[in-house]
Design a protein around this ligand. Structure first.
Ligand code: AOS
Ligand code: ZN
Ligand code: ZN
Length: 389
């Protein structure tokens, strides 16, 4: 048992969770963005905030950037700034959805001139990756149509494939495309990358440096996300997660807040199928917006929620599970999973943190640090991150 506990602790210490730059800035819904005091005004300040999340959790050293929200003159300098704070720059997120030219889509647009502009932006994102040392280009396309007959569904797939192929050809040795899907919104009739199957088919055509991103908020209600995770891992095409919670649509709430049991089931498939091994290279990213709650503590809470789900997944008695499954003992197999899920792993995680020289309660440690008061008084006129993300 001690051996198991030590292995679980080691896995928890080795886990890395990537936080998004936009979660630190003001963002919200299409109805209202509630400005908070002290929010970062620049990408540099977003990194300052991210460094606090890492300081108190010990497992969040990577930060995803979003271009153009995080546009700076000198990306190498931004990477160096991150490094000085114990951070590194993670996925570069492209933006082909906030420009009037993209009314009918970006890489799937019927006009080749607009497609050229969109591909140009994606290639620029790869240039930025070269400067920052980022290995992941995360692509989410808002492309789709609103009305039957509006455009040619198969034709749009063809344009998508051509655009992706051009970007794929530009990738460096250690760089990859993480292709994200979302079943609707902003398009309401067809979406050009609506599901894992479409993303997977494009990745397969592109080659091994293209993998699928599972944003947990991007599925129809009732979708069995852990099945998708198990399948993609088996095929070597799970590039990463955009973690968040949803009650209705793409709500972007704190991961683990709406359905911690689902998060556990997902992490069980990840852990069981080798997804926590460094060489599998699954990026555990957050993609959230904190509209009414304080931002840094919300990110800390989210990181802790992922840790708790991971700890429970690691506690699943795999031998007992395999034996029950082989014996066809439905109830016993289910009980093994439920035992792990119902374990209170908070004491274990407190121990893990103490062994790493951290405060056992990251939320309390952050509150006591004085950082929130400091940024509230020093930063005036924080920026909006973008849109609802
Ligand atoms: C959009 O709904 C997505 O979740 C994307 O991951 C998006 O690119 C991200 O929120 C940053 O723009
Ligand atoms: Zn996402
Ligand atoms: Zn989303």
């Amino acid at each position: 048992m001690t051996v198991v506990r030590d292995a679980v602790k080691a896995a928890l210490k080795a886990q890395r969770i990537e936080t998004p730059s936009w979660s630190y800035g003001n963002s919200g819904t299409r109805f209202k963005v509630f400005a908070q005091s002290g929010v970062p005004r620049t990408p540099w300040e977003k990194l300052d905030d991210a460094s606090k999340v890492h300081e108190f959790t010990g497992v969040a050293p990577k930060v995803s950037l979003h271009i153009p929200w995080d546009r700076v003159e000198d990306y190498a300098a931004l990477a160096a700034y991150a490094k000085e704070r114990g951070l590194e720059l993670g996925a570069i997120n492209s933006n082909t959805f906030q420009d009037d030219d993209y009314r009918l889509g970006s890489v799937c647009h019927p006009d080749p001139k607009v497609r050229r502009k969109a591909v140009g932006h994606l290639l620029e994102c790869v240039d930025i990756m070269d400067a920052t040392g980022s290995t992941d280009l995360k692509l989410w396309f808002a492309d789709g149509t609103n009305y039957p007959g509006q455009d040619d569904i198969a034709g749009r797939q063809e344009r998508l494939a051509e655009s992706l192929a051009e970007v794929y050809a530009r990738l460096g040795e250690d760089q990859r495309i993480l292709l994200e899907y979302k079943f609707f919104e902003p398009a309401f009739y067809t979406t050009d990358v609506p599901d894992w199957g479409t993303a997977y088919a494009h990745c397969l055509k592109l080659g091994p440096k293209a993998q699928v991103v599972v944003d947990t908020g991007h599925h129809a209600p009732g979708t069995n996300i852990e099945f998708i995770v198990a399948l993609l891992l088996r095929e070597g095409r799970l590039g990463g997660f955009d973690f968040n919670s949803r009650f209705y649509a793409d709500d972007d709430l704190m991961v683990g807040s709406a359905d911690p049991f689902q998060l556990f089931r997902i992490m069980h498939e990840v852990a069981k199928n080798g997804g926590l091994r460094t060489e599998t290279n699954v990026a555990f990213m957050l993609d959230q917006c904190h509209n009414i709650e304080a931002k840094i503590p919300a990110v800390i809470r989210s990181v802790m929620n992922v840790q708790e789900a991971t700890a429970k997944a690691l506690l699943v008695d795999r031998d007992a599970l395999t034996a029950a499954q082989a014996a066809g003992d439905v109830l016993a197999a289910n009980a093994v999973l439920m035992d792990a899920y119902n374990t209170d792993v908070r004491p274990l995680l407190r121990e893990v943190r103490e062994e790493q020289g951290l405060h056992p309660d990251p939320v309390a440690a952050y509150a006591a640090s004085g950082w929130q008061e400091r940024i509230a008084s020093e930063r005036v006129g924080g920026e909006q991150a973008g849109w609802g993300a």
